[in-house]
Design a binder for this molecule. Structure first.
Ligand code: HXC
Length: 287
């Protein structure tokens, strides 16, 4: 007897899988997060993006709205993820303006290359506050809404006519898996981000919520890699030699990983770290 298609293959990457669903994303004007949101919007969703720079955030929101006719994207600038109250207000406003908050990405980050000898206590604290505390603040702001969304779209695993809702992704890194110079601050911050995701997975799993981490490796045409490559004086081709797949990643590959975790295909993936780096961390630890 043939196995029904829905039992072995999810209906993913289909237009409309996120229809009427809303994603809330911090760092949404940055290269990595904006491509994650763009993919979500292209598949039918609406979005609410948060950023520190108002002009950049509002401009990006307008641009993201073009990903699909009829989708709405709101850019909310002047919000610093270090400010828990402002984040909560933003999450509430997202629901008021767009009707719900079903998916979330904690993506805002701050980083620079510096040896520990040049890293002041305030510099270390700043990155911890943006990455770690900021991710925690984001989780606190969105989780009550994700709980409601998960109730509306029960994550039964049996059927999912559309994107399930109640899903969260933290954007982290892989350099702390093995260790890398000039990144003492970011490594400590991102290790903690991974653990926050795990805590959400464990404590909110019973509500039908999934929480996972995506760790982008070297992705071409991103702000992070442009800054890294410049500071290293290294070219993409030279650096790619240490990556098993022999190339930098494409932003699309981060989008695809995101859609996988947010779609029906990822409904049983919880408390995981999805490393999207061509296998680099296995060889060098960088990411
Ligand atoms: C050493 C530095 C430094 C540097 C800042 N500081 N840059 N120390 N080397 N290159 C120190 C400052 O001197 C200060 O310490 C403390 O850090 C706080 O700096 P502020 O400028 O006051 O902080 P703030 O305005 O909040 O800016 C945060 C930031 C900044 C992280 C420092 O770079 C930022 O806003 N970045 C956002 C965008 C971003 O970083 N995106 C990258 C994400 S991509 P003192 O002691 O002097 O007070 C990514 C991939 C890897 O992470 C990229 C690697 C480069």
């Amino acid at each position: 007897m043939p196995v029904p298609r829905e039992e072995f293959l999810s209906n993913v990457w289909r237009d409309g899988i996120f229809s009427n669903k809303v994603i809330f994303c911090t760092g949404g004007a940055g290269t990595i997060c904006s491509i994650q949101v763009r993919a979500f919007v292209a598949l039918g969703g609406n979005a609410y993006i948060i950023g520190r720079n108002a002009e950049k955030t509002e401009k990006m929101a307008k641009d993201l709205e073009t990903a699909r006719r009829g989708s709405r994207v709101i850019g909310h600038g002047n919000v610093d993820v270090r400010n828990a109250v402002a984040l909560k207000e933003a999450a509430d406003r997202c629901v008021k303006e767009l009707g719900s908050l079903d998916f979330a990405i904690a993506g805002a980050a701050g980083n620079f290359l510096a040896p520990m000898s040049q890293l002041s206590p305030n510099a270390f604290r700043t990155v911890i506050e943006i990455d770690t505390i900021g991710s925690y603040n984001t989780a606190k702001a969105v989780l009550p809404h994700l709980v409601k969304s998960a109730k509306t779209y029960p994550n039964t695993g049996k059927h999912s006519p559309a994107g399930t809702g109640g899903r969260m992704i933290f954007v982290s890194a892989s350099f702390h898996f093995k260790g890398q110079p000039l990144q003492a601050h970011a490594q400590a911050a991102k290790a903690a981000v991974d653990q926050i995701s795990n805590s959400v997975a464990i404590e909110y799993g019973p509500y039908g919520i999934t929480s996972n981490v995506i760790t982008p490796g070297p992705i071409a045409n991103t702000e992070g890699m442009e800054r890294l490559a410049k500071l290293d004086g290294g070219a993409e081709k030279e650096h790619a030699k240490i990556i098993p797949l022999g190339r930098w990643g494409q932003v699309r590959e981060i989008a695809d990983a995101t859609i996988y975790l947010f779609s029906e295909a990822g409904s049983y993936v919880n408390g995981n770290i999805l490393v999207v780096d061509g296998g680099q961390w296995r060889t060098s630890g960088a990411g």
